[in-house]
Design a protein around this ligand. Sequence first.
Ligand code: PLP
Length: 371
Amino acid sequence: MQARRGYSCTMPRPIQATIHTQALRHNLQSARARAPDARAWAVVKANAYGHGIERAFEGLRGADGFALLDLDEAQRLRALGWRGPILLLEGVFELRDLEWCSRLDLWHTVHHEAQIDMLAAHKTNVPQRVFLKMNSGMNRLGFRPEHYRAAWTRLNALPQVDEISLMTHFSDADGPIGVAKQLAAFEAASLDLPGERCISNSAATLRHAQCANDWVRIGIALYGSAPDHPEHRAAHWGLQPTMSLRAQIIATQDLLPGDTVGYGSGFVAERAMRIGVVACGYADGYPRICPTGTPVLVDGARSRTVGRVSMDMLAVDLSALPGADLGSEVTLWGAASTGEVLCIDEVAACAQTLGYELMCALAQRVPVLVE
Ligand SMILES: *Cc1c(COP(=O)(O)O)cnc(C)c1O
């Protein structure tokens, strides 16, 4: 067996995810370049989209603030030494959370009357910075436009409240419906209210530059995935992969015509061919739904999966790759160690989902290296 490349000998299996610090930095710059006058929230919810807050921090510390949902994650950012703004995108869930906001100096979203009640009941001498959210059409969080002003007036009267910023979120910034209707609703209902504006996510920042105002909220673009794939690829937006999932071939099989591969005999060889069995399965976060033909890189060369993904393994076609053997590197998404790129969006499309879901689902058992 060829020597394992780049894996510690204590590792149980030859699989590893790599987080690319320089690519995070680069993607933040690429996104900022689309909104040069806005300050940028780096959205790091869901443990930095599966990358790990501690692992992503170095690459993202050039942001103006961090946006997330969990108090635990906010606490971890403070423990890393981040003293700048942190915004809770869903605001507080109970009264006690407001004490944490005071203690950790967190800004928080107010999207519901109940949160204003909590603020009114909160005992503090230090007023809190809030982002008042409008439901401009997505119907997830926020006050409807016709109730927005009343919510602002009520908040503004509270001694517990400092500056109020105005915020909304787009449902269709990534596609043909666009942002015009929501933007008009937001602007009409907030017209003469004072305060900073914050409305764009990644898709709006990249595709609808006119929306960029005081703050933009950049999530998926930081992590090298195009929010509007397949209309545009990540490279179109100047984005680089920030997470690479690589494993090795741990077995090969020579197939005869009619031989099948994997559970359910899901693949039938039409002719003699060679396959490699890779130390990556759905328990590592690789989607089981990926069909035969999902792209992979074997030693940097494009190939495809064959047969069903099992818990700990999947098979790849080596027919056109006579040099591939035990120990060959298989990149499931991201960059091969030789630099070739397989965009996570391509794999996600085969799994009928988005790059977001694949990153977030990277399994705990996969060892992660930061470089
Ligand atoms: C997650 C989130 C974002 C970031 O969205 P991306 O599509 O990843 O850029 C922005 N704003 C809010 C309110 C969010 O919940």
